[in-house]
Design a protein around this ligand. Structure first.
Ligand SMILES: Nc1nc2c(ncn2[C@@H]2O[C@H](COP(=O)(O)OP(=O)(O)O)[C@@H](O)[C@H]2O)c(=O)[nH]1
Ligand SMILES: [Mg+2]
Length: 249
């Protein structure tokens, strides 16, 4: 019992501390395939913290070494029977708490426009209408008629076209995720004791360290960090000083 509670706690904590990405989209769009393409099985096995996560959440490592959590969700289908609506919504709970949504659509489907609209309507209804979203057009490898591409590109300006199957375009998606992640990061100067190992380890894991220097008995870091994690730093070391780096160059 104790172990389970502990695990549950760690699970909740890791979700709070990591940038979380949820895959949403029409059924058969390729969400699960994309999830596999984005995440590494090795990280899942190796990393004790993440070994406790359920199978539908896994770790994606971006080029800069930072980790984000990626969750798969069940697919949207058109004309869902009424009695299934509430259980369907429950499975999308994950998406409600996500920092970022990847809306996956099958570009090789003649119904792609309709499917995207249907999913957007459900997202709005779920209260995810304002969550940052990357539109991902999947299955470009299976696209027979490329004439649809310019239209989609102009309708969905920041969309990404890729193939989860051949992995073409996966790098571009990861870069886009990183861009969005860093947009949310705030720029701070942090001063702590050089002996504050826990805090410094946490910074390496969760922040982008722009510079570090040591002066007398202090370590000074310039960081980009998710604003919502700043409070956590004080619990790791109560002598830490944090100030906004804006204007200090
Ligand atoms: N040609 C092609 N097929 C894909 C691609 N991604 C997924 N699929 C196929 O589409 C089907 C549905 O994929 P799946 O990931 O289960 O979709 P989900 O329902 O959104 O999770 C499977 O048969 C996949 O092999 C892709 O990029 N190209
Ligand atoms: Mg799936």
């Amino acid at each position: 019992m104790y172990e389970i509670e502990k695990r549950q706690e760690r699970l909740v904590a890791s979700r709070k501390e990591f940038f979380t990405v949820s895959l949403v989209g029409y059924t058969n769009a390729g969400k699960s395939t994309l999830m596999n393409a984005l995440t590494e099985i090795d990280t899942f096995v190796e990393d004790k913290l993440f070994a406790t996560l359920d199978t539908k959440t896994s770790v994606c490592r971006l080029e800069n070494g930072k980790k984000v959590l990626v969750s798969d969700t069940v697919g949207f289908i058109q004309k869902l029977p009424h009695h299934l609506v509430s259980s369907f919504k429950a499975t999308l709970e994950e998406a409600r708490h996500a920092d970022l949504l990847l809306h996956v659509a099958d570009i090789s489907s003649p119904l792609v426009h309709k499917q995207v609209e249907a999913v957007n309507a459900v997202l709005k209804e779920l209260g995810c209408g304002n969550t940052p979203t990357i539109m991902v057009f999947n299955k470009i490898d299976a696209l027979k008629d490329a004439s649809i591409v310019p239209l989609l590109q102009s309708n969905f300006r920041d969309s990404i076209m890729l193939s989860a199957k051949t992995q073409e375009g996966i790098g571009g998606l990861k870069r886009k995720i990183r861009e969005i992640l860093e947009e949310r990061f705030i720029d701070v100067e942090l001063t702590c004791s050089p002996g504050s190992g826990k805090l410094i380890a946490y910074l390496h894991e969760h922040a982008r360290i722009l510079s570090s220097r040591f002066e007398e008995q202090r370590a000074i870091f310039r960081l980009l960090m998710d604003g919502k994690l700043i409070q956590k730093l004080r619990t790791l070391d109560d002598t830490v000083q944090i100030k906004d780096a804006v204007g200090t160059n």
